[in-house]
Design a protein around this ligand. Sequence first.
Ligand code: SF4
Length: 441
Amino acid sequence: MQAAGAVFRLLQGKRGLSRAVRSYGGEATSDAGAGDTSATRSSRRSVDVSPPCPFSRDEVLAWLKEDDDWKLSFLWEEADRVRREHVGDEVHLRGLIELSSYCRRDCLYCGIRASRKIERYRMTEEEVMECVRTAQKLEYGTVVLQSGEDLGLTSDFITRVVRRIKTETPLAVTLSLGERSLDEMKEWRMAGADRYLLKHETSDPELFRRIHPEDRAFPVQSRGKTGTVPSQGPVRLPGTVPALPEGSSNPRVELLMRLRELGYEIGSGVMVGIPGQSYESLADDIMLFRELDLEMIGCGPFVPHPETPLGRQAGESMGTVHNGTVPGFADGRSQVPATDTMTTKVVALTRLVCPDANIPSTTALATVNREHGRELGLERGANVWMPNLTPLKYRILYEIYPGKAKVIDTAEEFHQNLLATLAHIGRVPGKGPGGRKRVIQ
Ligand code: SF4
């Protein structure tokens, strides 16, 4: 293992980048903050004296472009070593509960986008609490309440559910409900919510705008109504999502900062291989993870639903990417492929840049590589698994993309497979809420 680390450092040195990883090895480093921008430094809390970023953006970029299997094997080993050293062998289990498949957004790749006429549902409070009790029974440390951006999930409903979870169980609560008002986010925090996940998806404002082009809203059908109802298609309502103005940056990054101020642990992430995503843009994303000082970072391959604009485009052109032929852009940059290897490169580099973050091995990764995707993620830097606890009758309706890995297993069946997988790769289920443990407090 030590030899692998030495070769990794040598490979870094060959790039003229010998400072990489030294800070994790405990050696003094003189070029402090080489990978940090002034925004990084100002966004850090005053008590945070984390070591300087061990990689520059160019170093990250070079690794993203690396395709020599022998060299990559050292990246995998180094990411695994840093994972073990900083967050240990525990894999934290976060029970995922998909509360509602309504969404007022119309993202170009998503199977539950507002304009799709599909059957939709909202879970009742009791159905949610039933899933929470399953999480407790299976000894998970956290439940993740996720949904489309559904204003029909009222602030009061979420507050009530969070309060019940926090008073009736020892579980941590992560919310992943999209862009909601600051007042709502504050109320949920006061009710006891611990964390908020909001993927910024890409730090490239132009690309972000391209995949979220519409100002649409799904009808907020009888607020608070639950169960399944047929879609009536998109309509414009008060509270619609404003289109992102030309030249503006990603609004979710700003929102993440506000969430941090409210006291949440914050999580974000990206999709790897969005059509139009360059290696340079992806390197920026990884540096942004560090800049935002995130507690949780999710990186999954881009998997569009085939019945969406980007899904149809993928059928026509992105097939070439999946087959290894990478198209170039007019300016000479290249398209990032949405493959398992590319995704695990991002996971590994994220671990090296953000050593104490909680990083899931995602369902999307397990979907593009059904046999080994989950394990690959865990062996290349990830330390979190989010088993799906949504009742099966709803899970099949929450089809952001089809063919999600293990979508047909019950929570209990899935848990048995999960334990076997962890044992197979020498890891153990995490105990307790599994919040971020900072390198230096
Ligand atoms: S990706 Fe999220 S916000 Fe976008 S349409 Fe799908 S559920 Fe809604």
